[in-house]
Design a protein around this ligand. Structure first.
Ligand code: C2E
Ligand code: MG
Ligand code: MG
Length: 581
């Protein structure tokens, strides 16, 4: 029922108008002068004001002026009631914001029609404001609580959902937090651009959302990182979900016709045991996630207090790493590379290990990132290069003919100004021919600074040194992008070799990579060959060389010599390639 305030000093008029409106179903308030009228308007916030113009103390214009100053009454429809009005007066009132004039004496119809017109108009105006306000609120919420790329909840909303769970189920409510990170996401952005990166994020987000229940929250919390919050804490359930996610996201993503393969790493923490607040849970899930990534990604891990302890260990490790070189704790292991044409061991890849006095053998994945952080990578690589060159030169002199040595180089070293000089110096010191040396670099390293890479690599190749692109396929670059770079060998990453005979999609891609590489006159080495099925496939696809546990794990120098003593190219071909079509 609309509320109408009537302000009128003529008691007779006030009474009759008030009765009339009440009988029409309005709720009526009255005031017998301007000042009281203002107070009543502000107190009761009527839907419409009918006000006399001529009143003692404060006239109708004064009332209107005042009401337009207050937020509660700035838009309230206002109708003047007057016995006489000149055009001039009328304009004055309208300019102040009056909506209409009613002339005394008035008929019932006139009053009702004026009131209804105003109220109807006001209702539509009000609705418009309400709609606009709602829109603005939605836009603001979208900004505050949703990620603008994926439209998934952001970290703030994840926090709110966490609080809700606690409000409903108590502060010790069980929750599961999965932290999911796309492995090497920055490489995708670097090599394919942000638009492709963003599209990938949207697709990953929607796949994740399809895998969870309505009561679960999928949020995007960082560049390539998502989180899932479940209102329960069940280890088996969390593990199943994580496995499903690993599988579902391993399926290719179609980005405008370009098929993209990604892997993710997942860290899992349970509340309240692993953390009573969302911040701590996120931090601990990330600790578990980092462990997965250090080991190459594409897996899941649960948080445990031990892992935090490991972080402290890592810092200690970094400190010890500085001393490792002086204490002669590094070792070079060698992994044979076999030609599929002749079966012969045509090369070895030098892979560093750290023989830690307390922890035993540490793999490069664990300490190379630390070495890169501390600039220790330079002296460490020089040591690997000179040690390996000396070993291989010695083996060549003792009957291994033209054995080639492959050495890994990290991105930092490529941008050092005097890299070619340093390498020449080492070759001279050890007597190894530049023709026997191959440098392995990953594609992302090369793409980051193409110009510098091209000039350094050209200089090295002019000396006869070979250049190989390592882990090909994981950096999301295309062969056409890499064509501008001077290199000789393509090392197809293990992810394109693993179970290749069982996965038709991978098989198509792997064959295509080998074919394209051959058109560019590149030698193709398949990395990480573990089974005879994989080997058969690679042989059929005309891959040139293979390397992997199937032939041998990386071995210390003395064991490599024993391996060579027992190795026969003829037996290798005979035993392994008899299934080949
Ligand atoms: P990478 O150059 O791609 O080396 C191949 C990695 O695959 C090696 O791991 C090797 O042990 C492993 N591998 C070989 N065959 C198989 C197989 O059949 N199955 C599986 N699952 N893995 C296989 P590793 O030795 O742990 O080295 C890891 C990475 O560390 C290397 O990847 C390389 O990027 C880096 N790295 C190793 N040594 C050096 C070095 O002296 N300097 C630099 N800058 N990086 C190095
Ligand atoms: Mg390598
Ligand atoms: Mg590799």
């Amino acid at each position: 029922m609309p509320k109408i305030l009537v302000i009128e000093d003529d008691k007779q008029v006030l009474l009759s108008l008030s009765e009339l409106l009440t009988s029409e179903g309005f709720q009526v308030n009255t005031a017998e002068n301007g000042l009281k009228g203002i107070k009543a308007a502000l107190d009761t916030q009527p839907d419409l004001v009918i006000c006399d113009v001529m009143m003692p103390e404060l006239d109708g214009y004064g009332v209107l002026k005042e009401l337009r100053k207050h937020r509660a009454t700035v838009n309230t429809p206002f109708i003047f009631l007057t016995a006489l009005v000149s055009r001039q007066d009328q304009r004055y009132g309208m300019n102040l914001g009056a909506d209409d004039y009613l002339l005394k004496p008035f008929t019932l119809e006139e009053v009702l029609s004026a009131i209804n017109t105003r109220l109807t108009k006001q209702a539509s105006v009000t609705q418009h404001y309400v709609d606009e306000l709602k829109d603005a609120e939605e836009r603001l919420n979208a900004l505050l609580f949703y990620d603008n790329v994926t439209r998934l909840p952001n970290r703030a909303l994840l926090g709110q959902r966490f609080t809700w769970i606690q409000e409903i189920a108590g502060s010790l409510a069980p929750v599961t937090l999965l932290s999911i990170s796309i492995d090497r996401f920055n490489r995708i952005n670097e090599s394919l651009g942000f638009i492709v990166g963003d599209n990938l994020l949207r697709l990953v987000g929607s796949r994740l959302q399809r895998l969870v229940a309505d009561s679960d929250t999928v949020a995007r919390i960082q560049a390539g990182q998502f989180a899932i919050l479940l209102p329960s804490a069940d280890k088996a359930l969390a593990q199943n979900l994580a496995k499903t996610i690993l599988n579902e996201l391993a399926e290719p993503f179609d980005l405008d016709g370009q098929m993209l393969y990604v892997t993710v790493s997942i860290g899992i923490a349970f509340g309240p045991g692993d953390g009573a607040s969302l911040d701590i849970l996120l931090k601990n899930a990330d600790v578990a996630l980092n462990r997965v990534q250090e080991k190459g990604g594409n897996f899941l891990n649960f948080y445990s207090a031990e892992l935090s302890h490991n972080f402290i260990e890592e810092v200690t490790l970094q400190a010890n790493l500085r001393l490792a070189l002086q204490r002669d704790e590094f070792r070079v292991f060698y992994q044979p590379q076999i030609s599929l044409t002749t079966g012969r061991v045509v090369g070895v890849e030098a892979l560093i290990r750290w023989e830690h006095p307390q922890r035993g053998l540490i793999q490069p994945g664990e300490f190379i990132p630390l070495a890169e952080e501390t600039n220790l990578i330079g002296p460490m690589s020089e040591w690997v290069l000179s040690t390996a060159c000396a070993h291989v030169k010695n083996w060549q002199d003792n009957g291994m003919g033209e054995l080639r040595l492959a050495v890994n180089f990290s991105g930092r070293q490529l941008t050092e100004d005097n890299l070619p000089e340093k390498i020449i110096q080492t070759l001279q010191n050890t007597g190894l021919s530049p023709l026997s040396l191959e440098l392995e670099l990953t594609e992302s390293v090369l793409l980051r600074d193409m110009g510098a890479a091209i000039s350094t690599l050209s200089e090295l190749r002019a000396l006869g040194i070979h250049v190989a692109i390592d882990d090909f396929g994981t950096g999301y670059s295309s062969l056409s992008q890499l064509r501008h770079l001077p290199f000789d060998t393509l090392k197809v990453d293990r992810s394109f070799v693993k179970n290749v005979s069982e996965k038709s999609e991978t098989a198509v891609i792997t064959s295509a990579i080998i074919q394209m590489a051959h058109t560019l006159n590149l030698v193709v080495i398949a990395e990480g060959v573990e089974t005879s099925e994989e080997l058969d496939f690679l042989w059929n696809a005309h891959c040139d060389e293979i390397q992997g546990y199937f032939v041998s794990r990386p071995l210390p120098a003395d064991e490599f010599l024993k391996f060579m003593d027992n190795y026969s190219p003829e037996n290798f071909l005979q035993n392994n390639l008899n299934n080949v079509k």
